[in-house]
Design a protein around this ligand. Structure first.
Ligand code: ADP
Length: 258
């Protein structure tokens, strides 16, 4: 399968690409092992005016997610009689990458908004809120590869923070192939100069996959290994998501007790 990156962007990256992305001791450029996640910091309830919100730092990625709803749908004709309509906007800030990005939604952002919505929808009891909408906004403030997955992980927490009934949280992580090695949680240079990446989203408690994509090429055996690696990454992120949710309520309880 051909890589979908534009030729110009790929050439730029390949010109800047270091000779080796993985050294002889199987260490990556940022000092990670092959199966290691980037450092993750998550905070829930960071925005006062949204119904729910969360913020993640995963390596150099910095992403904010906000949720409004369930609320009346505008325009009204979009309302569904039997369920809430889920809407999602994934957006990269102009300053989120090294060369200014146009603030207008690109084709990539439109596509990612759709796949992120589809990855989150199975986790929500949309049938509880007929004729309403739930709006999800994902703002990428700084991008360094894997932003769709980090966006899903964060938006799922923002939905939980908004008090929306959910079957499970959704955690997402990519695995892929770089310099012939299967690796977890690709950063930008690995994503662009590597051979393949496989973003995956999981509802860990239900063991249900809600997003599976592949960019690049892998053998069937490599694909299976990459999926297992990504599943493991999702489970690690799930533990961090639960911790972040709990710490918000511990902080609220302490404030009330004082
Ligand atoms: P994901 O962020 O989910 O991995 P892509 O594979 O499409 O999605 O993008 C990989 C990375 O490429 C992004 O995380 C970001 O760091 C970088 N990128 C995306 N769009 C641009 C752009 N317009 N200019 C520069 N870098 C970009």
């Amino acid at each position: 399968m051909p890589k979908r990156k534009t030729e110009k962007k790929r050439l730029n990256v390949l010109q800047k690409k270091p000779e080796k992305l993985i050294d002889k001791d199987d260490m990556r450029l940022d000092g990670r092992k092959l199966n290691e996640l980037r450092p993750v910091k998550i905070e829930v309830g960071v925005l006062g005016n949204a119904d729910g919100s969360a913020y993640i730092e995963q390596g150099k990625n910095k992403i904010l997610a906000a949720v409004y709803g369930p609320k009346e749908v505008h325009p009204r004709h979009l309302a569904q009689p039997d369920r809430a309509v889920l809407r999602c906007r994934y957006h990269m800030a102009p300053f989120s990458v090294d060369e200014r990005k146009s603030p207008a939604p690109s084709r990539r952002e439109v596509e990612l908004s759709k796949v992120i919505r589809e990855a989150l929808e199975p986790s929500i009891f949309v049938e509880y809120y007929p004729r309403t909408s739930i709006d999800i906004f994902i703002e990428v403030l700084q991008a360094d590869g894997g932003t769709r997955c980090a966006g899903i992980t964060t938006a799922s927490l923002a939905l939980a923070d908004a008090g929306i009934p959910m079957r499970d949280l959704v955690a997402a992580c990519a695995a892929g192939k770089v310099d012939g090695h299967l690796v977890l949680d690709l950063m930008d240079v690995e994503d662009k100069a590597g051979e393949a990446d496989v973003p995956l989203a999981l509802m860990p408690n239900l063991n249900a996959v809600t997003l599976l994509q592949m960019d690049g090429s892998l053998t069937i055996e490599e694909f299976e290994k990459a999926v297992n690696l990504a599943l493991d990454g999702c489970k690690q992120l799930y533990a961090l998501q639960k911790e972040a949710l709990k710490s918000k309520y511990v902080a609220v309880k302490e404030a009330v007790d004082e």
